[in-house]
Design a protein around this ligand. Structure first.
Ligand code: NAD
Length: 329
């Protein structure tokens, strides 16, 4: 067993959080992760309204008696959502763990803390992490450049970002981006993290609500199969490299670049959702991290978390057997 500040705070068995994923963080996956001993997280904006989020929370509670959380991500959107309404609905439904991410989360964090909730805030720079620490969050999720979705604009890989977090932060932090197995968990612990956050790896599990063909595509993919869109709009997102994302990048690279309005129909989340429903990997934009290269199967969440735990323990004991203090040699 790997007990850390995270497992103690959240009352979970394995220090693994399933991070917020648009269209993927739904009750069946969330409950499966929590039942397997990690922390499942419902993605609020995947639900069409705060009322629908209430229903999803009740559905999750019916499927697990273990802790789970709700993600709220504040990024540019085509139809600005009622963030406060989603937050209120989740708190009123009894959710006590939140993952926040994105721009200007101050008011949201203040609200969750005023309601006695635990807040895990995801960020991509040490500067933002320290600012969230001052706002009173409980855990930071330090998101390296390897991640799926929005890595920020500073392009710092997890190895340095986590070592910087170890130098600067006073509260517990978890490692996010680039982690899909027990070696990754062991590395994160070595870098001072209290656990890990995984998204892409959980997309490719038996309980993940996406089409089998997309899961099979992920198993076949390599670490070279992602691309960054929205670099020129300063809203960078790492997504699966396909016809649509390649076209978006080509439009952005034209002389004079591209306005968001010219990209909107290609990149809309509504279109990306159809990828997951119908199983055509080329139909729209869908998020994926470079851990694609590490994913070779489609296990249940239970199998995945047991394996990660075992691999991490083996890696840690392998290292301590290999590196003996001089006096014992
Ligand atoms: P959407 O259809 O509103 O937008 C599609 C993409 O375009 C998103 O990446 C969005 O950030 C970007 N975008 C929208 N307006 C923009 C603008 N004016 N300038 C630059 N970029 C713009 O998004 P959606 O798929 O319905 O998702 C809703 C929100 O959740 C978005 O903000 C999205 O970024 C965010 N998100 C959350 C998660 C999560 O894990 N919670 C994951 C991915 C995306």
């Amino acid at each position: 067993m790997i007990a850390t500040a995270l497992t103690k705070l959240l009352h979970i068995r394995v220090p693994v959080v399933q991070g917020g994923m648009q269209w993927v963080g739904t009750p069946p996956l969330v409950a499966a992760v929590s039942n397997a001993g990690g922390l499942g997280i419902l993605t609020a904006l995947t639900q069409p309204s705060p009322e629908a989020l209430r229903v999803a929370i009740r559905e999750t509670k019916a499927a697990t008696d273990k802790p789970f959380g709700v993600n709220l991500t504040l990024l540019p959107t085509i139809n600005p959502p009622d963030y406060a309404g989603y937050a209120r609905a989740a708190v009123e439904e009894g959710v006590r763990i939140f993952e926040t991410a994105g721009n200007n989360p101050g008011q949201l964090i203040e609200y969750f803390k005023s309601q006695g909730c635990i807040v895990i805030h995801k960020c991509t720079t040490v500067r933002h992490a320290k600012s969230a620490e001052r706002m009173g969050v409980d855990v930071l999720s330090i998101d390296g450049f390897e991640c799926a979705g929005h890595p920020g604009e500073e392009d710092i890989g997890g190895l340095v970002l986590l070592a910087r977090a170890a130098q600067e932060l006073k509260i517990p932090y978890i490692a996010s981006g680039g982690i899909a197995d027990g070696r990754g968990l062991a590395a994160a612990l070595a870098l001072g993290a209290a656990g890990i956050n995984m998204g892409t790896r959980f997309m490719c599990t038996a309980e993940s609500p996406i089409h089998q063909n997309i899961k099979d595509t992920m198993v076949k993919a390599t670490e070279q199969d992602t691309i960054h869109i929205f670099r020129t709009l300063k809203n960078t997102a790492r997504v699966f490299k396909n016809k649509v994302s390649t076209e978006v990048v080509a439009l952005e690279r034209r002389p004079g670049g591209a306005e968001f309005s010219e990209l909107r129909d290609l990149v809309s989340g509504a279109r990306g959702k159809i990828v997951y429903e119908k199983g055509d990997p080329d139909y729209g934009i869908w998020s994926a991290g470079i851990v694609l290269g590490l994913i070779k199967d489609i296990p249940t969440c239970e199998e995945l978390l047991r394996r990660i735990e075992r691999e991490a323990e083996d890696t840690i004991s392998g290292i301590s057997n290999m590196v003996k203090p001089r006096a014992r040699l």
